[in-house]
Design a protein around this ligand. Sequence first.
Ligand code: Q9C
Ligand code: ZN
Length: 666
Amino acid sequence: MQTGTALIYDEEMTKYKLLWVDPACKIEVPERLTVSHEALVKNGLVDRCVSVPVREATDADILLVHSEEYLEAVKKTPFMTLEDLMEFTQQYGDVYFHPNIYHCAKLAAGAALQLVDNVMTGKVRNGMALVRPPGHHSMRSAANGFCVFNNVSIAAQYAKQKHGVERVLIVDWDVHHGQGVQYCFEDDPSVLYFSWHRYEHQKFWPQLRESDYDCVGKAKGAGFNINVPWNKVGMQNTDYLSVFFHVLLPVAYEFCPDLVLVCAGFDAAIGDPEGEMCATPDIFAHLTHLLMNLADGKVCAVLEGGYNLTSLAQSVCQTFQTLLGDPTPLPVNLDGPCQSALESVHCVRSAQKPYWSCLKHAADLPTFELSTKRIKVVEEEERTEKVEEEKNTEEIVWPDPPKRVSPCVRTAVVLPDGVDCPDGCKRFTDLHPDPLLGKKLENILKDSNDSDALSTLSSLTALIEKMETNKICNGLVLVRDVSMAMMCVVQHAASLNKRALIVCVANEAIPIDLTDDGKTIMVHFSSKESEEQKGKYYIPVCLKKGCSDTSGIMQAVLGLVLPLGYQYNPDLVLLVRMPDCRISESVWQQLIGILQGLAQEHTLVLMQENEKASVTPSASTLLGNPAPRLGPLQGPQSDDVEALERLRQKLQSDWTLLQTTAPDSR
Ligand code: Q9C
Ligand code: ZN
């Protein structure tokens, strides 16, 4: 199992800058790299990473994406006079050249390749390259948007060619559309390109028709290009997560990449003068985490934009901390997506629906209204001819992201005698059992003289307390009677005033009475049609084939449990696996891994005492190793999907992060 996070950085890439006056380019400054790197040093993150040297991309590397004519032209720039450089720059849009930029551009692309080499050969698990110039706007024969060579596109081609990678997912969370990446792969089904971007109905740079949601790729590549246009500024954490839950993640799991590349621009964060969005830097911890169980954890992030130096540095730190495996901070501001974001989600899902079975049930668009809306808005704004006032995004303030401290014990286990403690875990027993525990649990204990049960439950409650005081991060407990232990956790968490999300995977109905007071929320998977949903906080999910149905359960986890969980924002996640449930080991690991993004990774896994074979895999995921891949997913059973859809519709008025359609988008 690979471990370690690569950091690829070289000061040389700070050694070029804008040499003349150009308002469009003045934000792309060398300090972008220095402040990011200094923040990593200051937070002790550089010392925790594996430092990998950059290299120059070779001509052959660059020619994987660019034309010979273009490369030859760029090669001449180091020898140009200032005047020549200005003239050379003129032919492209929103970019500048400098005598040293060709050298830096070779290092930037080479850094991305070094990252791919180190991840693909297992020297590290994941990593990030801090580079200038960025890459995602540059095209086969053109520089554009501060970009000279398309670093991530070159890396994707290289990974396919040199490492035999079959499927690459490129996640472009930069606030601009990486049109260069789109053009490079639009007819290639082996590279799935996802981008969200400020669009404003084509009013925002680069103002391309082909950045809209209906550009889904061409020929064999149809469905492998996903554009999510933001038609308003001010998008928040909840809008970004909504797109991950309802668009990117279901498709990404169905696609099953061998490698994930991230066009990691941070101009989608608050305070950025280009993006004018309102997502906070800690959102990048969650976005990163949500990608880390794909592709066996092989995530390579390459810096793109990010022009507010404060929010850029904070966002870079959040990304690194997550790649390094630190627990994610509690998500904030999750009130459900705004109307405009919902419209985008609705449009994208309906446009991508023909290509992905996870979207087969997505709602169709009121096509006429929405497609004419774009034209109407463009016309309207042309008539009003707005005066562009200079917005001062430097003045926007937001709280510093909370310090992320990892508890000294990552994973504690409570196991019966004779079951070995897995490597890296700590065996836990309650040394000072509460003498009144038997009394406190008398409503749960079936036999109050069962000292075995009592000692396990006493360790269980002590473990929850250690998690709440952050002495221990997460835990795994094997018990004889799973439902009894579950009730014990519910009761104990409530007595500590802690909100718990319970995900229970079973086959049969389970005897449980939950008060619908909001102190706990439970999602219960089973294969038995259950009576009406009991309240806002008890959610039965029925899958006809039960939990052995991988794509059904993943559909429910990504589109239902995740949005519910994020919006509920628990202090504790309890994962309960009943012995009869027949869930596959890797789906169970995915469930653990994905839900670890909640509750600062305060996750408790409960299983039956004879499930010894599951101890090692579950513990491995709790320790922060990626859950194994599930293989490309087939479509889930259509009656299950329909039932799930009905459930989502019923719940979405209480849980707005479940919404996938804009009700009055006309
Ligand atoms: N208001 C990247 O983020 N347009 N490139 C500037 C000035 C160009 C952004 C307009 C933005 C390019 C990698
Ligand atoms: Zn950008």
